[in-house]
Design a protein around this ligand. Structure first.
Ligand SMILES: Nc1ncnc2c1ncn2[C@@H]1O[C@H](COP(=O)(O)OP(=O)(O)OP(=O)(O)O)[C@@H](O)[C@H]1O
Ligand SMILES: [Mg+2]
Length: 337
């Protein structure tokens, strides 16, 4: 994977970002601080790569090419696919003009058991059609094509694409894939599909869709296997420590094996890194500790990632046997791709 930028940037959430409802006084302040940590966006290399791949696809979409180039983005759970989708869409939000609602980027999650009708319904709903559930599949498809034109849709991002594989019968799966191909042809709008790695299977069994989705990227977890990868993960952690509302013990940034331990605790996945960090901030605030240190990380791991991760099964315990937690019953079982 190419890295666009080795030094990740952390961005505090916009003022209108979600805030958890708090209790009162100190509790509320500490909940707010933890929520702020959870809402901090880290523009790490894989994230930047994803944004630029979507942007490239989007740019080409503006030319209304007969065969728009589409994109498939894969990644294990917690690699940041949905965050990428929401962040890209946030920068291209819908706006009202005198003539129409303009929706440059239409984005949605596929339903758990996709059929042509319920996918069409979801798309119509996202387009703001008040009669989104009305009519036959053909009538709905025709309305989608018209609304795409009226709302000047330039890009579509469909998340949870693996639902096609998980819950549809083979016959339905083929039909929906064919319908999707038809929709891309009829609207001339590029589609970005996102999902777990197994969603590639649908492209393997449908050559026409495969040709349209020849561009594919994977949101890889961070690694520590070689010096370069380790430096990037270390850079990510340093940028996180630098923007927290609590102190971090110097032991976290002055070398040692903490980078590896955090990698074992999170599998190098941004979702788990942020979970571990937010839980650590919460522990420091609630227990009145001076800073995040190894002991806090150990507690945060068993509290927020793996309740059975205690003693030698906790990556921050001195007796931990350095190995990925990918055995059956462990938090990253099945994560090998
Ligand atoms: N770039 C990022 N910066 C900060 N936090 C992030 C980033 N990417 C993801 N996260 C956090 O990680 C968690 C998981 O991310 P997200 O839901 O995007 O993963 P996903 O790949 O869509 O997972 P799933 O396949 O389970 O839907 C979220 O809580 C999100 O806030
Ligand atoms: Mg997701």
């Amino acid at each position: 994977m190419t890295n666009c930028n080795d030094t990740p940037a952390a961005r505090r959430p916009p003022s209108n970002s979600r805030q958890r409802p708090g209790a009162s006084g100190e509790d509320e302040t500490s909940s707010e601080l933890v929520a702020t940590v959870r809402n901090t966006l880290i523009e790490h290399p894989a994230f930047a790569l994803g944004i630029s791949a979507i942007r490239r696809c989007h740019r080409m979409g503006r030319f209304g090419l007969e065969e728009p180039g589409c994109l498939l983005i894969m990644g294990v759970s917690g690699s940041g696919k949905s965050t990428l989708r929401k962040e890209y869409a946030r920068h291209h939000s819908r706006r009202e003009t005198d003539e129409a609602t303009v929706i440059p980027v239409l984005h949605l999650e596929l339903p758990a058991q996709p059929t042509i009708k319920n996918v069409a319904e979801r798309i119509l709903l996202a387009l703001g059609d008040p009669l989104f559930a009305r009519g036959s599949a053909e009538a709905m498809t025709a309305r989608i094509v018209t609304l795409f034109r009226n709302c000047r849709v330039e890009l579509v991002i469909l998340d949870e694409f693996q639902h096609f594989i998980d819950h549809s019968r083979e016959k339905v799966e083929t039909k929906v894939a064919d319908w999707l191909k038809h929709l891309i042809n009829a609207t001339r709008v590029p589609f970005v599909l996102m999902g777990l790695h197994r969603c590639q299977r649908i492209l393997q069994s449908n050559e026409q869709l495969r040709r349209r989705f020849s561009r594919q990227i994977t949101l890889e977890p961070f690694g520590v296997a070689d010096r370069k990868a380790r430096r990037i993960f270390d850079g990510l952690l340093r940028s996180i420590w630098g923007c927290l509302p609590v102190k971090c013990s110097p032991e976290l940034s002055n070398g040692g094996d903490n980078v590896e331990r955090i990698h074992f605790a999170t599998y190098g996945l941004i979702g788990y890194v942020m979970t571990l960090v937010a839980a650590s901030v919460e522990i420091v605030l609630e227990d009145g500790r001076p800073a995040i240190d190894r002991d806090v990380l150990a507690k945060a791991f068993s509290q927020s990632i793996w309740p059975e991760g205690r003693g030698c099964l906790n990556p921050f315990h001195p007796g931990f046997t350095n190995r990925p937690l990918t055995n059956s019953g462990e938090p990253f079982f099945g994560y090998k791709t």
